[in-house]
Design a protein around this ligand. Structure first.
Ligand code: SAM
Length: 376
């Protein structure tokens, strides 16, 4: 345990409700000791850290961001490369084995190759290399991918909701389908596997293209994965009655392929099916109609240094006061003390994780942050 007062900050979502509190501000009894795995009170072991590198994006997908008037995170609050590496290193020491870089659009970060290189050099307690993956819109992949692979990137998920240019333009408010397709081609040629393409299934937007998207993924050596639309849009316009469900997706695909469930999902968000007996597969992430919270092993770090234990959480655990000198602090904490405090904050965040996200509960409250500021 650290000898200095531990800054365990619980920041309620909503910028005004920041409270950097002492340990007593929330119940941390039963928080596991440093060195032990990140196990929550429901027995889930946390192995996956989603790291959002920026809330900025080159697209404006309607289900994610507003076209205009987005409140960007303050540039001064965005974690530096050193700060990101530091949190990742402490997380790896606590048993995290996978880092997934996301955003916003992670490839907009000017130091992205350095981020990948520094994170890929991190080792777990037994010297095991971490697995480094990225979720991207693919637009900058043609220019950046060789450097990213050289730096240690191992897996890619690329978002593609439609193959039709007019729809893409309408949906993302940018005319960049050709750039995304070029990014997918670069990823396919790079040999990084498994390569996954993600589409949010939307009624009267792309639900007539589901099979075409699967065929496109197959032609590029990728797995198509459909995501049920979640209430994470900046405009808070999500409507359950309008969302395309897992069962509807499977029904549409079964008109073209025989679908056989793939067993052994573990903590993965996607349920997978073999297409016509395999080996090709398709995945569905049914966060709304078939939540998989019971096996969730994920934590999130936002670009502005907030730890979150769930996409839908309304509580954040603020790492900034730990990593940056607090005005008026009597003494600079040592490096080891800062790492200890980050470790304690990780454990506190895990300890506070609820059994499920409660989207289906009438009392569900959408988080104030849009998906681009949480990290998808
Ligand atoms: N810019 C990158 C990209 O396009 O993949 C990474 C960030 S994006 C927020 C990550 C993923 O979240 C994308 O696959 C996107 O489709 C998904 N996403 C965003 N908003 C969503 C929502 N409301 N419901 C379901 N998925 C969403």
């Amino acid at each position: 345990m650290s000898a200095v007062p531990v800054s365990i900050g619980v920041r309620m979502t909503g910028r005004s409700a920041v409270a950097v509190a002492g340990v007593a501000a929330h119940d941390t009894s039963g928080v596991a000791e440093p060195g032990s795995p990140l196990v929550d009170t429901h027995g889930r072991v946390h192995r996956d850290l989603r790291i959002s590198l920026t809330d900025r994006c080159s697209l404006r997908c309607t289900y994610c961001m507003p076209e205009q008037g987005n409140e960007w995170l303050a540039r001064s609050s965005i974690l530096s490369l050193d700060e990101i590496e530091r949190v990742a290193r402490v997380a790896a020491a606590a048993g995290v084995t996978t880092f997934r870089l996301t955003g916003g659009e992670p490839l907009l970060r000017t130091d992205i190759v350095d981020v990948v290189r520094r994170l890929s050099e991190i080792r777990g307690p037994e010297g095991t290399p971490v697995e480094l993956a990225m979720t991207t819109n693919g637009i900058r992949l043609p220019e950046l991918l060789p450097g990213l692979v050289d730096a240690g990137l191992r897996r890619l998920n690329i978002s593609l909701d439609t193959l039709r240019r007019d729809r893409f333009h309408e949906l993302t408010r940018r005319d960049r389908l050709d750039d995304v397709i070029a990014g997918i081609a670069a990823a396919a040629a790079s040999g990084l596997r498994p390569l996954k393409l993600n589409a949010v299934a939307m009624r009267d937007v792309n639900d007539d293209e589901l099979a075409d998207l699967v065929a496109f993924a197959l032609a590029n050596g990728a797995e198509m994965r459909f995501i049920e639309q979640m209430p994470l849009d900046a405009g808070h316009t999500w409507d359950r009655s309008r969302m395309v469900t897992r069962d509807e997706i499977l029904h549409a695909l079964s008109a073209r392929w025989a679908l056989t469930p793939v067993p052994g999902r573990g903590g993965a968000p996607a349920e997978r099916w073999l297409l016509d007996g395999g080996p090709a597969t398709v995945g569905v992430i049914a966060s709304v109609t078939a939540p998989f919270c019971g096996d969730c092993d994920r934590l999130r770090l936002t670009a502005d240094g907030q730890l979150r234990n769930c996409l839908f959480s309304t509580t954040e655990y603020d790492l900034l006061p730990i990593m940056r000198a607090v005005p008026g602090a009597s003494a600079d904490p040592s490096e080891a003390t800062v790492d200890d405090d980050i470790d304690r904050m990780l454990r506190s965040c895990v300890h506070g994780k609820l059994p499920g996200h409660a989207i289906n509960d009438p009392s569900f409250l959408q988080p104030a942050r849009g998906m681009n500021a949480i990290g998808g």
